[in-house]
Design a protein around this ligand. Structure first.
Ligand SMILES: [Zn+2]
Length: 341
């Protein structure tokens, strides 16, 4: 029988019809912080606290995966943005862009010693030492559109992409190199899989033609240089891009419901990628009941989700009972499927 790392590896490799419940996105909740006696914002900067709180979703919630960090500001902070670290129920946020113009952008070559990157490397190593190869460790890097948006301004990045996209080329190239260096440093410490999160590449913000022409080649280059299987996460309405996603080379797509329906994603992507998602995190998982979540989870699995997960990470106010309902729904689904695996 496969362990949880082998199961995710097989799912991402499209070698099994098995399903699992994982969260390659943010897992910390207030209840888990209490159970682990480890809280935001301190856990964002302390490797031991980060590892312990990350493991709480597995230890207390039963989610068979580990994921660090809990926020999407690590890279921008390391390159020069000032970050507000938030509170127990509020994640860190970027205060201001670090640069005013694209040609001022300076991306460092050496990633290991900057900002909270040492914290992330150490936390990954701690998790690898404690859970070894039995529980999958998802590492996360912020995708190039989002990181450029944080560094130079999201509005300016989107406006330039739609008016003079060539002006972004050098900046995006440098960011893609940084993405790969950072991902590989995390893998060296024991990460099993990489999730690239690029909320600013959403179909709510980027036209499909610009996605195909400028963003898709970046994803292809990043994916080619990652030595493990990788998941692409894009927020919001990604329906206009679905047909391009298998060309990225990523093994899985992590997406939002209700904006993107599982059946629609499966029909357009076919069997070329695993599907990760898509339970609404700020509404369903935060406010609903375990019974409703169980029903919605079973429907998502029947419709074609391979890795049941929150649409965009767990909201800090998610009740633990709701997290556990997702895990139990996958167990129920798997127990009723009689085909050999
Ligand atoms: Zn998202």
């Amino acid at each position: 029988m496969r362990n949880d790392v082998e199961r995710v590896e097989a799912i991402l490799g499209r070698r099994t019809g098995e399903k699992t419940c994982s969260s390659p996105l943010q897992t910390a909740t207030l209840e888990l912080m209490g159970l682990a006696d480890t809280y935001w914002p301190q856990a964002h900067s302390d490797p031991e606290m980060m590892a312990r709180l990350s493991a709480a979703a597995y230890e207390f919630g039963g989610i068979p995966s580990l994921r660090v960090p809990f926020d999407i500001c690590v890279e921008a902070e390391a390159i020069g943005c000032e970050v507000r670290m938030g509170r127990a129920d509020t994640p860190p946020s970027i205060m201001n862009p670090a640069f005013t113009e694209f040609d001022e952008l300076k991306i460092p070559n050496l990633v290991e010693e900057r900002g909270r990157i040492p914290t992330l490397l150490r936390a990954t190593k701690l998790l690898n030492g404690r859970y070894g190869s039995s529980i999958p460790i998802f590492t996360m890097i912020v995708g190039p559109m989002t990181l450029l948006g944080f560094l130079v301004g999201i509005e300016k990045t989107l406006y330039t992409l739609s008016t003079q996209p060539q002006a972004l080329e050098n900046a995006l190239d440098a960011i893609a190199r940084f993405n790969v260096d950072y991902a590989n440093a995390l893998l060296d410490e024991g990460g099993d899989f990489v999730l690239v999160a690029d909320p600013v590449a959403s179909g709510d913000l980027v036209a499909a033609e610009h996605f195909a022409r400028y963003v898709l080649p970046l994803y292809q280059r990043i994916r080619r240089q990652l030595r493990v299987r990788a998941i692409l996460h894009i927020c919001g309405n990604t329906n206009p891009f679905l047909r391009y996603l298998p060309e990225t080379g990523f093994e899985a797509f992590s997406f939002h419901g209700p904006e993107v329906e599982v059946k629609v994603a499966r029909r357009i992507i076919g069997d070329r990628m695993a599907l990760v998602g898509n339970l609404p995190n700020a509404t369903l998982l935060r406010y609903s009941t375990p019974a409703v979540i169980r029903a919605r989870s079973l429907k998502a699995l029947q419709d074609g989700v391979d890795i049941l997960a929150p649409a965009c990470g767990f909201h800090p106010h998610t009740p633990l009972a709701n997290m556990k309902a997702m895990v139990r729904a996958v167990e129920k689904y798997e127990s009723t499927v009689d085909s050999p695996r």
